[in-house]
Design a protein around this ligand. Structure first.
Ligand code: FES
Length: 256
């Protein structure tokens, strides 16, 4: 399905945690409904102004009944700082939905499922657990944060066991999320977070012989597979993260 560009209105914009924002917009194209793991390119500044590139941000939540699309994002550069200044009623340009995303129906039929997120990598996993719940599956959730977890209250009713690890030890297990994940208890692991964390999760899954799907993050220019700016190396050659991903089998991109 080709991505669509649309000017959309901000419905709400809230601070969830330091540098973490929840942006809700009205997405008017019900015929272009996103699913878990897909992303949009966001832009609220002129084409001619810096930064040059729009910001790719994954779908945190899509509510078809109200046409509300939510993005949970981290403010960490010029583009996201501009986005963070948006107020209800302001408009911005969205292009999407793009990417393959997760196949929740297939995942729901896979047996026991673990969903693993690190930091802001938990953002796309909320839409994923919603879609899994709609397909009759309650996955177990494993999350890793630096210090203070955020946004987990929305996950809890949709998940089985919820596990939290923090680098600081402030909440939950003191250490990396891989310290509490036992992939051999599952048939499928779905993961999004910093690349070193996803590689570590993939390595544990590989050792246990459990299938692992990872959602990669790359800097993107076009977001539609035209510029080759987001190429990643796979066992099948170079692929665009925006077009062929962002979701890949971990064996294809990490070799395990
Ligand atoms: Fe252009 Fe992916 S961002 S090919």
């Amino acid at each position: 399905m080709p991505a669509t560009a649309c000017e959309v209105k901000v419905l709400a914009h809230t601070v969830v945690a330091p540098n973490i924002r929840l942006l809700a917009v009205a997405w008017p194209r019900a015929d272009k409904a996103p699913h878990a793991g897909q992303f949009f390119m966001l832009r609220c500044w002129p084409d001619t102004a810096a930064p040059l590139l729009s910001r790719p941000i994954s779908v945190h939540s899509w509510d078809a009944a109200t046409g509300t699309l939510e993005f949970l994002y981290e403010v960490r550069g010029q583009g996201t700082r501009l986005l963070a200044a948006l107020l209800p009623g302001d408009t911005l340009l969205l292009t999407g939905p793009s990417g393959n995303g997760f196949d929740a129906a297939a995942a729901a039929s896979a047996g026991k499922v673990a969903v693993v997120g690190g930091g802001i990598g938990t953002a796309p996993l909320y839409q994923l657990v919603k879609e899994l719940a709609a397909a009759g599956k309650k996955p177990d959730l494993y999350t890793g944060f630096r210090d203070e977890p955020y946004g987990l209250e929305r996950f809890t009713p949709l998940c089985g066991r919820v596990h939290v690890a923090t680098d600081s030890g402030k909440v939950g297990y003191h250490g990396l999320v891989t310290g509490i994940l036992h992939p051999e208890e599952y048939d499928l692991v779905l993961c999004c977070g910093p690349e070193p964390m996803m590689k570590a999760v993939a390595a544990k899954c590989g050792a246990a012989g459990v299938k692992c799907l990872v959602s990669l993050e790359k800097k993107m220019a076009c977001g539609v597979g035209a510029c080759l700016g987001c190429t990643c190396h796979t066992t099948e050659g170079a692929k665009s993260v925006c077009k062929h991903g962002p979701v890949f089998d971990s064996k294809e991109v990490f070799g395990q």
